[in-house]
Ligand binder design. Structure first.
Ligand code: PBG
Length: 342
């Protein structure tokens, strides 16, 4: 074929020509493969999601996520330092309060666990990593929904926006550089932006959970935050059947002022991720969620797949689909591998 070594075409066996183009030439040695690699994950693009739980003396392992714990304030600080040392780009914090109620009041208490942990981590590592916090009510409500309920028991969109505005203010005051509104309420990005600006937090950025699907793969996360959710989130999270709808969410979030946008989960939604990265000029992130983590860990523990290779392959796939940021529970470990050139 044209431009692919055609001079040798025709050299062949009696059954036909041997190939003129030989892509295998660029796969011959590790050095060759490394040189021609189109995409590679980088530690600075990784974001470590972490859980901090109120009222515990020791970290509590999350059984469905081997290797992940609910941190104490102390061990969280250490995990943040380790992430910085490994070159990880950011931390996404989730608070697990001792007491939950219908309004999720711990989410707006300046002394709530997430807010004190934000202050701890900011005090420990300063601006050496990007400190992010989940802006959602499900960790704080006794019913487990991402918002407050109306008299009929439905998630009340606009009443929830007012709770988010208040959460945004306390999280910004506690030292978050970036807020991650993840509740999938209509108008949440615009509402939170206005609340931040009105409180003088014009430099606090928003990483919008733009296309967040009602996924079965969130299962282990619900253990990690001690969620008591009965039922599902299908009236606010997206239907896995819908791709074009994600583009509508994207347009809305950008119009409302999102600084970065996210697709979540990761592997089952690489098509949506690719669509996003072709469409926008803001950073696009992807969240490799708890169930994706659990699948790889479980299969690796059984010896069915090679753990490190499988993890790096998933991280590479996100880069290939165009993601510039990846939230992954393997962030610190993977960053060490990548720095070691693996
Ligand atoms: C909502 C939130 C969830 C996750 C991140 N933010 C749970 C949900 O929407 O049900 C899931 C993350 C994971 O599964 O790793 N606060």
């Amino acid at each position: 074929g044209a431009g692919h070594g055609g001079a040798y075409a025709g050299h062949g066996s009696r059954y036909g020509a041997f190939p003129a183009a030989r892509p295998r030439r660029l796969r011959t040695t590790p050095a060759m493969r490394r040189m021609v690699a189109e995409h590679r994950p980088h530690p600075a693009d990784l974001i470590l999601p972490a859980f901090v739980r109120e009222g515990i003396g020791e970290p509590v392992p999350v059984s469905s996520m081997p290797g992940v714990v609910q941190h104490t304030r102390d061990t969280l600080r250490k995990a943040a330092v380790e992430a910085v040392e490994a070159g990880v780009g950011g931390l996404m914090l989730f608070g697990v309060p001792e007491h939950k109620d219908a309004a999720g009041s711990q989410g707006t208490d300046p002394d709530g666990i997430l807010q004190v942990a934000l202050r701890d981590v900011r005090g420990e590592v300063g601006d050496d990593l990007v400190l992010m916090s989940d802006l959602c009510l499900d960790e704080y409500t006794d019913h487990g929904h991402c918002g407050v309920l109306d008299a009929a028991g439905r998630v009340d969109n606009d009443a929830t926006l007012e709770r988010y505005a208040e959460m945004a203010r306390v999280q910004a005051e506690a030292g978050a550089h970036v807020l991650g509104p993840s509740g999938m309420m209509d108008g949440q990005i615009g509402h939170v932006r206005q609340a931040l600006d009105a409180a003088g937090h014009t430099d606090v950025a928003m990483f919008a959970y733009t296309a967040k699907y009602a996924s079965a793969f969130y299962g282990p996360f619900r253990e990690a935050v001690g969620s008591s959710l009965k039922g599902d989130r299908k009236t606010y999270q997206q239907d896995p059947a819908n791709g074009r709808e994600a583009m509508r969410e994207l347009a809305l979030d950008l119009a409302e002022g999102a600084d970065m946008v996210m697709v979540k989960p990761g592997l089952p939604y690489l098509d949506v991720l690719r669509d996003f990265t072709r469409e926008v000029d803001v950073p696009v992130g992807v969240y490799q969620i708890s169930g994706e983590y659990a699948m790889v860990e479980a299969a690796a523990a059984k010896g069915w797949i090679e753990r490190e290779r499988a993890i790096l392959e998933t991280l590479t796939s996100f880069r290939r689909a165009g993601a510039s940021l990846v939230l992954t529970y393997w962030a610190t470990e993977a960053a060490r591998w990548l720095s070691a050139g693996r």
